[in-house]
Unconditional design. Structure first.
Length: 252
């Protein structure tokens, strides 16, 4: 079965591709924008199934279908909240909430295979879905700054000052270029969709690192990696074994 992945975040696209290939599916391509997808569909044989992110780098993925007729079944991947996803439930459209869970992905593929004859050439009313989601084709915005409380004062920390974000003693902290730590009123999980994936990577349950902060990468025990970061010399930052492959892809 041939599958196409359309996802603007390249690390996420590579991760989804590996998950699909591990299930025995053939991923024919990874595309990252509306423009790239339209050009691909105009020249290539359409796949059996598309995994399609809603928000791409140059607009909403719905715009692809304004330009070309696509003869494939679609499973949407999205970071929209549960309230917005009512739009998909009302329109009987299958979707996966990001970050994608392996078990949920497998269940979606199994469901597709069972319903396969009736899923191709399905007509979606994308304009209605746009209205229900309440979104417009605008560029995605990632967090540009943190606001932290220091005593009775508030301090703004720009994202390029952040060397890493880490959890400790049930708190979440940022370490800045000047080697200061600030407590955040959030969790690492909540930052999953807020930190730009080209700049930040979650190397373990405890750490997000800024690619600009990495000074050295050292082989470590049990197929792991140890990172040396600017302004974080007092931290032992280890890339967990299950994240090493994704980490290396993120660096490429």
């Amino acid at each position: 079965m041939n599958v196409l992945v359309i996802e603007d975040e390249k690390p996420a696209a590579r991760r989804l591709t590996r998950m699909l290939e591990a299930m025995g599916l053939t991923v024919v391509a990874q595309l990252h924008s509306v423009e790239e997808a339209v050009a691909w569909f105009e020249t290539e044989e359409h796949p059996d199934l598309i995994f399609l992110d809603i928000q791409l780098s140059d607009g909403l993925s719905f715009e692809i279908f304004d330009a070309v007729t696509v003869n494939s079944a679609i499973i949407f991947t999205t970071a929209y909240d549960e309230y917005a996803l009512q739009a998909f439930k009302l329109n009987s459209i299958d979707y996966l909430l990001k970050p994608i869970d392996e078990d949920e992905l497998e269940a979606a593929v199994v469901k597709f295979k069972k319903q396969r004859p009736g899923l191709k050439n399905t007509t979606f009313n994308f304009e209605d879905i746009r209205k229900l989601l309440g979104v417009n084709p605008v560029d995605r915005e990632y967090k540009k700054r943190f606001t932290v409380k220091i005593g009775q004062h508030l301090k703004m920390i720009t994202i390029d000052e952040v060397m890493c974000v880490y959890s400790e003693n049930k708190g979440t902290y940022v370490r800045t270029r000047d080697k200061r730590d600030y407590l955040l009123e959030t969790t690492l999980e909540n930052l999953e969709e807020e930190l730009a994936p080209d700049s930040f990577f979650r190397v373990s349950r405890k750490y997000y690192v800024n690619i600009e902060a990495i000074q050295d990468i050292i082989s470590y025990t049990n197929s792991r990696l140890q990172l040396k970061l600017k302004a974080c010399e007092d931290h032992e930052i280890i890339v967990s074994r299950e994240r090493v492959k994704d980490f290396k892809l993120w660096l490429s």
